[in-house]
Design a protein around this ligand. Sequence first.
Ligand code: BV8
Ligand code: ZN
Length: 250
Amino acid sequence: MEWDEGGIHQGLIAKLRNSNHITVLTGAGISAESGVPTFRQAQSGLWAQYDPQQLATPQAFRRNPRLVWEWYSWRRELVNKAKPNPGHIALATMEQQVSRFTLITQNVDDLHRRAGSQNIIALHGDILKTRCIDCRTYTEDALQNENIPPRCFHCGGLLRPDVVWFGESLPTEALEAAFTAARECDLFLSIGTSTLVEPAASLPFIALQNDIPVVEINPEETPLSGSATYQLKGAAGKVLPELVRSVWQV
Ligand code: BV8
Ligand code: ZN
C-alpha cells in the first residue's frame, strides 16, 4: 500500500499517465452521490423493513410479484430522477484520455451511459429494461399496463426487471469480457463497491494475481482494502475529479 500524506501518490499519477489499458469496476457507491441509495443503505421509508438481498431474488418475485415489482418501480423512479455526478463524469473523461478503457459496472442504473461512458460492461443488467419471465420478450410500454406486475402481450407471462437477481447467473459474454479486461489491463480501479457480491468481487483480485496494480476508491474499508496497491479513502465524486485533474490536467 503506497500513500502520500493527504495527496495522491506520485507513483499512481505516473501509472495512470502511462497506462494503455485501464479497467474500472464500479458498485453502488459511485451512484450514492446522485441520490441512488446503495445496497447497504438502499432501504428507506416503506422499504426499510426489507433486506434488498431478500427482494432481489427469483424466489421473492415468485412468492410476491407485486411487492418486488413495486420495489423496482420505486428504484426506477429514483434512477430517472437522478443525474450523473462528478464521479461518473470523471470516468467518462478518463476514457477519452486512455487508448483502451473498460468500465465494468455492477450497477443497474444508466448513470455511466448518461455521463458519456462508452465501453460499459453491465454485469447485473438494466433496471430500466423490462422483459417477460417466460418468453423473455422485452417490452417498452409495460408501465402503461394497468395490472401490477404487468403481463406480457405475447404470452401473458409476468414481466420482470431485466436485472440479474441473487442466485441467477450473470450474462456469460459480459462476465468473460470482464475477466479478460481484469487480466489484460495495466491498471485496475475498484470504485464504490463493498466487494462482497460474487463473481464481480473477484475481479480486482484477478488483476492482483496478474501483478496488475489495483486502486480502491471507497470511504470505507472492504475485503479488498488490505490487498489494494493504492487505497484512496474518500467519496468517488470528490476523489475521481481530483485524480483526473492531477493526471491529465482536464
Ligand atoms: C451467481 C442486480 C451463479 C439486482 C445484484 C461465491 C461465494 C459466496 C456467494 C456466492 C458465490 N457465488 C455466487 C454467490 C451468491 C451471490 C453472492 O455473491 N452473494 C453474496 C452476498 C455473498 N451471487 C450471486 O447470486 C450471483 N450469481 O454467481 O450465479 C450461481 C447461481 C446460483 C448459486 C450460486 C452461484 C448474482 C449476483 C448479482 C445480484 N444482483 N444487482 C438489483 O440491483 O436489484 S447485486 C447488487 O448488490 C448490486 O448490483 C451490487 O452489485 C451489490 C451491492 O454491492 P455494491 O455495488 O458493492 O453496493 P453496496 O451497497 O454493497 O456497497 C456500496 C459501497 O460503496 C460501500 O462499500 C460503501 O462504502 C461505498 N460508498 C458509499 N458511498 C460512496 C462509496 N464509495 C465511493 N464513493 C461514495 N460516495
Ligand atoms: Zn411472454
